[in-house]
Ligand binder design. Structure first.
Ligand SMILES: Nc1ncnc2c1ncn2[C@@H]1O[C@H](COP(=O)(O)OP(=O)(O)OP(=O)(O)O)[C@@H](O)[C@H]1O
Ligand SMILES: [Mg+2]
Length: 341
């Protein structure tokens, strides 16, 4: 059975990919998600024998009543900026792991690398040097008139789409200065693909320059990773001031999703004190998410060009990212689909 045949069976049953996955899972005791169905249909992944055999036998008619997606909670799409002008706090690690974790919940996810360092691009296994020479990076969209579609690349076996970047994007910071409405360029370009993804995650650079401002102006939610260290050094108030200005001036629907403490060592009293201080300071105002522990797994996975949560989904260290994805999905009222084993 090929992808087209599988899609034809699904469409005959009048189901979307999520409810089709639910039906298959019920019948076969598996935990397939929507992105898996999508990969089968596009031919990106081989359809397992068991599934093909089952569909050959039972795929002809909609024998089992299936809850249609429009009977469940409505899906609110969101653009989420991962931002903090402080360097090295875990923005990219968070953007990459969150993107993959969201895909395992059955959501379609686009990750945008909006940092000229190209760290998210490398973390997802692509080479920024090649992006630069082939001119298929974010710079070519925001400055070169390229379509978003022309730069997107599937990563993590097709679970996530990536808009990669490379060092050339640095020029956009200065070139955009002369543009009219120069904080709204990314938002305008994103309109092309926005309705195709459940969640779009933007990895921001470590400054409050025009690339970060563009990301915030194009977003619905901001996620702020902070390293659990001395509270005064976090720099969050300045970021919040910037968010408040953008909300007033161009994007009134921008909200802070939460603060994500990162690199937390539970054995260090300093880290414990910092975490408590963060929780107390923001209590009742901004959600403080479960802390991501400090673990070598993150750097190792990044070196291997994949998200840690994809490389080792059962590790305790990555559970904070699984929880973050679930909280975000719940916030968007998206029903949680089965996790892919
Ligand atoms: N939970 C963690 N435990 C241990 N190391 C981590 C953790 N999260 C991130 N790191 C490591 O810390 C370094 C900085 O992380 P990351 O690149 O995600 O930060 P960033 O905020 O995106 O940095 P930049 O400001 O340069 O863009 C990386 O080497 C990464 O592998
Ligand atoms: Mg980064």
């Amino acid at each position: 059975m090929n992808g087209e045949e599988l899609r034809a069976i699904r469409e005959r049953r009048g189901e979307d990919q999520l409810s089709f996955a639910t039906w298959l899972n019920g019948a076969l005791n598996r935990r397939y998600d929507r992105s898996r169905i999508s990969r089968w249909e596009s031919g990106a992944e081989r359809i397992p024998q068991q599934v093909a055999g089952f569909l050959a036998e039972h795929g002809g008619a909609a024998a089992t009543p299936v809850a249609k997606s429009d009977e469940g909670p409505k899906l609110r799409r969101a653009v989420v900026a991962v931002a903090n002008q402080k360097g090295g706090v875990g923005k990219t690690t968070t953007a990459v792991n969150l993107s993959y974790a969201l895909s395992t919940l059955g959501l379609s996810v686009l990750l945008i690398d909006s940092d000229p360092q190209g760290n998210a691009t490398v973390h997802m296994g692509l080479d920024p040097g090649e992006i630069e020479t082939t001119r298929k990076g974010l710079y070519n969209v925001v400055r070169g008139g390229a379509l978003f579609d022309s730069i997107l690349q599937p990563v993590c076996d097709g679970a996530v789409m990536l808009a990669p970047s490379s060092i050339g994007l640095a020029a956009a910071e200065t070139e955009l200065v002369a543009e009219p409405d120069n904080s709204l360029v990314l938002k305008e370009k994103l309109a092309e693909v926005r309705n195709r993804y459940d969640v779009i995650v933007i990895d921001c650079p470590p400054n409050l320059g025009l690339l970060t401002i563009n990301a915030l102006a194009a977003s619905d939610l901001v996620l702020i990773p902070v390293q659990t260290e001395v509270f005064a050094g976090l720099g969050v108030p300045l970021l919040m001031e910037t968010i408040a200005k953008i909300r007033r001036r161009s994007n009134p629907s921008l909200n802070i999703f939460g603060i994500l403490p990162t690199m937390f060592s539970s054995r260090l009293t300093q880290d414990q004190a910092s975490l408590r201080e963060i929780q107390e300071h923001y209590a009742g105002r901004t959600r403080v998410l479960p802390a991501v522990p400090r673990a070598t797994l993150f750097a190792q996975a990044s070196g291997a060009g994949r998200p840690a949560i994809e490389a080792d989904p059962n590790s305790n260290s990555v559970q904070a990212y699984a929880e973050l994805a679930r909280e975000l999905a719940a916030h968007l009222q998206i029903p949680e689909a089965a996790h892919v084993p």
